[in-house]
Design a binder for this molecule. Structure first.
Ligand SMILES: [Zn+2]
Length: 256
């Protein structure tokens, strides 16, 4: 049985992913107590602690790294530890331990600048375009993707970066129609990423949304990802909103 470490296991995304990991030998870690992972080897600790992280990856075939500060409004002092330092600590530990595959949660915010700048109608953001973060949080995810490439190219674990959209049970507002990832499609995508024959890649984690702005064509071609959900199904019942997308406004300077 494949042994998989899931970080950030107490978080919302992990909770939605968990039913998709049946049949795997699971270890679940978080800084908070982890519930809802029956049968998993649960450990509470901080990935910024190299000793904790080394023990967490020991014996694992793969890692699904979800732990992060997930707030697009977070400042760099808030992001630096969980979104930069912990990524380096984890990937280095995984490399030393002989882990073969890391699935790294990135974010559409690493490419959100294309949306904030205003895409021409009908154009989808291509995952191969240069990173264009819309916020410091997005830039922290771009760093994680870049360090993952260093590790993958250097002979460490292969790393697949999933730029997750809005992972929600249902779309909440009109902005979610652009980049919703349903729990079911999250499970399909992560399982595809764990199994794919790829050394390094970045893929948008979005459902097959009629109004989607991020292309999942490479996930379909390279991972065999076949999303089954479309936020449009719920379009009549959502409220107006920005879907968590960042906007660039002259009056809003970046926070330190
Ligand atoms: Zn952003």
């Amino acid at each position: 049985m494949t042994a998989v470490l899931v970080t950030g296991a107490a978080g919302n995304v992990a909770g939605m992913l968990r039913p998709g990991l049946d049949g795997l030998d699971l270890r679940a870690v978080d800084t908070r107590d982890v519930t809802g992972w029956p049968g998993a080897d649960v450990r509470v600790g901080d990935l910024a602690d190299p000793a904790f992280t080394a023990a967490a990856v020991e014996g694992m075939d793969a890692v699904v790294h979800l732990a992060a500060n997930p707030s697009p409004g977070a400042s760099w002092p808030q992001l630096r530890g969980p979104n930069a330092d912990a990524v380096v600590t984890l990937l280095d530990a995984a490399w030393r331990a002989g882990v073969r595959r890391v699935v790294l949660a990135s974010s559409v915010h690493a490419m959100g600048g294309y949306v904030a700048a205003g895409l021409p109608g009908g154009v989808l953001v291509d995952p191969a375009w240069p990173v264009r973060p819309c916020c410091t949080y997005g830039a922290s995810k771009a760093f994680a993707e870049a360090y993952a490439r260093t590790v993958a190219d250097g002979g460490g674990p292969s790393v697949l970066c999933l730029r997750l959209g809005g992972v929600l049970p249902l779309p909440l507002d009109t902005g979610n129609l652009l980049a919703w990832l349903s729990p079911g499609d999250l499970r399909l995508l992560v399982r595809s990423a764990l199994a794919a024959d790829v050394r390094y890649g970045c893929y948008f984690g979005v459902s097959a949304n009629t109004r989607g702005v991020f292309s999942y064509a490479n996930a379909a071609a390279e991972l065999g990802y076949r999303p089954e959900s479309d936020a449009e199904t719920y379009a009549a019942s959502v409220a107006p909103g920005d879907g968590g997308f960042c906007r660039w406004r002259d009056e809003e300077a970046p926070t330190a």
